[in-house]
Design a protein around this ligand. Structure first.
Ligand SMILES: Nc1ncnc2c1ncn2[C@@H]1O[C@H](COP(=O)(O)OP(=O)(O)OP(=O)(O)O)[C@@H](O)[C@H]1O
Ligand code: SF4
Ligand SMILES: [Mg+2]
Length: 317
């Protein structure tokens, strides 16, 4: 599919004792064909809810409004049958722990071929050829033998490769990968990141991660989320070299530096607002050293890829 995926004013809310409260607060995002974007932000910033709601698989208690345009269909208002058809075919997801998504009592081959045949008119033999092709392309060694394995017979790294194969098998326009390497050890992590960087074929990638270094390593564009909002976005070089939002700067400073001449790890003090907290003005103000009365009087709009009244200028440390 050559069209971009467009997220328009997407809002995800959960019920609280004081009514619905938004954890994704009106997000606009365009993902171009083949692009690799990273969604970064601290725990609780709404990254997973953004991803899940784009596929229409958010928790049942969540209320979702806005649009997610895939092809000619809006995923938010689509009926269940249409949404199911789009999932896998146009948009798919890779989770942190593949064992939660793979069926433990069925072989890799039967799970992958079922997914191909659900979306395409194919004979069993043709589907198995496609399974072999995709397992080879995601770097599964001896794929013919592995096809007969059950998920628990594979290592964590191989299971994640199978999960990525499952996400790619129907040639979707976009794969959303939510912390896909967090559960893996460092060497395997690097291999999977390599696969996400260069093994996705024509699919665009939306990589959800709390790790700015991983985002920079794999993606072309970084989108920074804070407390349900996008606060800054831009090409990797710009975000790393000239972060304008104080929060982005804080995230960068929190990356451990191996070069001893650089300042030590500086996690951002304080914590984001909770789901029930009512905040007036900028949601980062209580943690921001640049905050002034304008910041607490009203919320900055997202303009020119930034939501901040007082962008930071100068080279990042
Ligand atoms: N089922 C739910 N009911 C109520 N609130 C929820 C539910 N699921 C998530 N939330 C809230 O939504 C907010 C966003 O959660 P989300 O999981 O999207 O964050 P995240 O950025 O993915 O964090 P992490 O990095 O820890 O995965 C959090 O405040 C969370 O507590
Ligand atoms: S708007 Fe104000 S409080 Fe918010 S990030 Fe910018 S300077 Fe800080
Ligand atoms: Mg998450």
């Amino acid at each position: 599919m050559s069209k971009a995926i467009e997220v328009k004013n997407l809002q995800v809310s959960f019920p609280t004792p004081n009514g619905y409260s938004a954890v994704v607060r009106g997000i606009d995002l365009t993902i171009k064909p083949g692009e690799r974007i990273a969604i970064v932000g601290e725990s609780g910033s709404g990254k997973t809810m953004l991803g899940l709601s784009m596929l229409g698989i958010q928790p049942s208690s969540a209320k979702v409004t806005g649009e997610v345009i895939i092809g000619d269909v809006d995923m938010v208002s689509a009926n269940d049958a249409t949404a199911r058809k789009l999932r896998g075919n146009y948009i798919s997801m890779v989770f942190q722990e593949p064992l939660t998504s793979l069926n433990p009592v069925r072989t890799i081959s039967s799970q992958l071929s079922e997914s191909v045949r659900r979306h395409n008119k194919m004979s069993k033999a043709e589907a198995e050829d496609r399974v072999l092709e995709i397992l080879t392309s995601v770097g599964i060694p001896a794929p013919k033998e592995r096809m007969k394995s059950y998920p628990h017979q594979l290592s964590g790294g191989l299971r994640q490769r199978v999960m990525i194969a499952l996400a790619l098998i129907n040639k979707p326009a976009l794969v959303v990968a939510d912390e896909p390497t967090t559960a893996l050890d460092a060497t395997i992590q690097a291999q999977i990141l390599d696969l996400l960087r260069s093994g996705m074929g024509d699919a665009a990638l939306m990589l959800i991660t709390h790790d700015l270094a991983v985002a920079a390593d794999v993606c072309n564009r970084i989108v920074v989320m804070y407390a349900g909002n996008i606060v800054e976005q831009g090409p990797v070089a710009e975000i790393l070299g000239n972060p304008r939002h104080p929060y982005t700067r804080g995230l960068l400073n929190a990356i451990p530096k191996f070069d001893k001449a650089r300042p030590p790890l500086m996690p951002i003090p304080g914590s984001p607002p909770t789901i029930t907290e009512v905040v007036s003005g900028c949601r980062f103000a209580s943690r921001c050293s640049y905050a002034d009365s304008q910041c607490t009087a009203s919320e900055p709009k997202f303009v020119d890829n930034l939501a901040c009244f007082h962008p930071v200028v100068g080279v990042s440390q």
